[in-house]
Design a protein around this ligand. Structure first.
Ligand SMILES: Cc1cc2nc3c(=O)[nH]c(=O)nc-3n(C[C@H](O)[C@H](O)[C@H](O)COP(=O)(O)OP(=O)(O)OC[C@H]3O[C@@H](n4cnc5c(N)ncnc54)[C@H](O)[C@@H]3O)c2cc1C
Length: 428
């Protein structure tokens, strides 16, 4: 029994490993020339190493933590410096935030917890909460905050995980993710990184496989006839018994299916929101933020939105992570690296003095991702979410967008576990 797996991001790699472990022959295809997909550790040489894509693991992302352990890799704890917070020129830290912001934060949290009490899993089972599905997270935050500081603070905090403007995020979808956090103690978000970056993990996953992956294989068409199920690439056509497609939704939309996918599936793929997130990374000749008694993490109300110490090697690197319409504005600039350095200089004048070189990573125009990660847009949960993961005859779907941990690396691994059970059930 041969199973095709298309896409070698975290979901495709984990799917291939699990299928081989259950005795299937796997054929693995990837459009890019490397594994990892939206996990992309960049090594610029001379000790300059950073993540251009997915980076952080929360401490309750147990699947990815277990996977690292399987390869004898220990997740590295986030530095304990408190995050700096800058709003309208005033500076605070996240653990000593202004009182009005803290009160608003607590009000939002209490309101979210209250709404979660009535919700069930999976998210699309909440058919009696259509009004929540129609509302946006942005509206909800405006309703439960009273100060400008508070509204900005909660917006900045939640935007980071959603990866886009909060008026694009459906409230029911957000609450169904928030339910994952209800039992969390303390701040366990962005708790770990992978030492040396995700590249090492992805390479180890590839090396553990029996199959030889096929790189540079862009899937154009999936067809089925009496002869079987065919995957059509630019220069070849492969026959498989079942296929697992892990392409992000906008990339999936570009594939032709003969016979066509159901209308329900096509609508779900089209309606799945893709967040706009970009990164700027700057290398410096010294970690001036450490000299300054600060860890480099900052949330600010300027166009840079969020920064952290992004260096995974010896050279100091600071990364800015920008989401939503501001990300789209950065993408329009001729030289976002230098424009970003100018903005960073406004916040931290030492930055320009120590600058060496920098890089820009735009996932919105990346042709095999077309967005950073998926989010649950208004009306998506009740109208479409259930259909996104459903198989269609011998075609199966995985990827972070098909998981309950939507958008996360953890979701990509979760989707692999789910789809492998599905293939097993379908193949007896
Ligand atoms: C800037 C950024 C920051 C992020 N930060 C975090 C974070 O801190 N924590 C976190 O948990 N998550 C984060 N994420 C999200 C995380 O990276 C993704 O959820 C996860 O890597 C998705 O894995 P996947 O396998 O589902 O998809 P992908 O990694 O996209 O894998 C799909 C694969 O399919 C391939 N493909 C596409 N089209 C075709 C085709 N036609 N033919 C063949 N192959 C094709 C792609 O090249 C890709 O390799 C971030 C993402 C970005 C972009």
């Amino acid at each position: 029994m041969t199973i095709g797996v298309v896409g070698m991001g975290m979901s495709g790699l984990r799917t291939a490993m699990l299928l081989e472990g259950r005795g299937y022959d796997v054929k693995l295809f990837e459009a890019r020339g490397r594994p990892g997909g939206r996990l992309h550790t960049i090594d610029e040489g001379h000790g300059t190493l950073y993540e251009a894509g997915g980076e952080w693991i929360d401490s309750d992302h147990f699947r990815i933590i277990e996977l690292l352990k399987e390869f004898d890799m220990e997740p590295e704890a986030r530095p304990t410096w408190p995050q700096r917070v800058v709003f309208r020129g005033k500076t605070a830290t996240e653990d000593e935030i202004w009182n009005n912001a803290l009160e608003d934060d607590l009000r939002v949290e209490a309101a979210a917890r209250e709404l979660c009490r009535d919700l069930k899993a999976p998210a699309w089972a909440n058919t009696d909460h259509a009004e929540l599905d129609q509302r946006t997270l942005g509206d909800f935050l405006r309703e439960h905050t009273q100060s400008d500081e508070g509204l900005w603070w909660v917006t900045a905090k939640y935007r980071s995980d959603e990866g886009d403007d909060l008026d694009k995020i459906g409230l029911l979808g957000w609450l169904s993710g928030y339910m994952n956090y209800l039992d969390r103690e303390g701040d366990v978000m962005s708790a770990y990184r992978v030492p040396g970056g995700f590249r090492g993990l992805c390479e180890k996953m590839v090396a553990s496989l029996r199959t030889t992956p096929c790189y540079g294989a862009v899937l154009h068409k999936v067809s089925q006839d009496e002869g079987g199920l065919w995957l059509h690439f630019e220069r070849s056509k492969e026959r498989v018994d079942h296929v697992v497609l892990t392409l992000p939704p906008p990339a999936l939309e570009r594939v032709i299916f003969e016979p066509a996918l159901t209308v329900r599936k096509r609508c779900a793929v089209e309606a799945c929101g893709m967040s706009r997130a970009v990164k700027i990374s700057w290398e410096f000749d010294r970690a001036w933020w450490i000299d300054d008694g600060w860890g480099g993490s900052m949330l600010n109300d300027g166009p840079l939105q969020q920064t952290w110490d992004g260096g995974l090697g010896e050279s100091p690197v600071m990364t800015a992570y920008i989401c939503g319409s501001q990300a789209a504005e950065w993408a329009r600039l001729g030289d976002p690296v230098m424009a970003g350095l100018y903005e960073l200089h406004q916040l931290c004048p030492q930055a320009s003095e120590h600058f060496v070189r920098g890089w820009w990573h735009d996932w919105v125009t990346d042709k095999f991702a077309l967005g950073a990660f998926s989010h649950l847009a208004p009306r998506y949960v009740l109208e479409h979410m259930e259909a996104i993961a459903l198989p269609e005859s011998r075609i199966h779907f995985a990827g972070e967008h098909t998981a309950s941990w939507v958008g996360f690396i953890e979701g990509a691994v979760e989707s692999a576990e789910r789809v492998v059970k599905e293939v097993e059930a379908a193949t007896g």
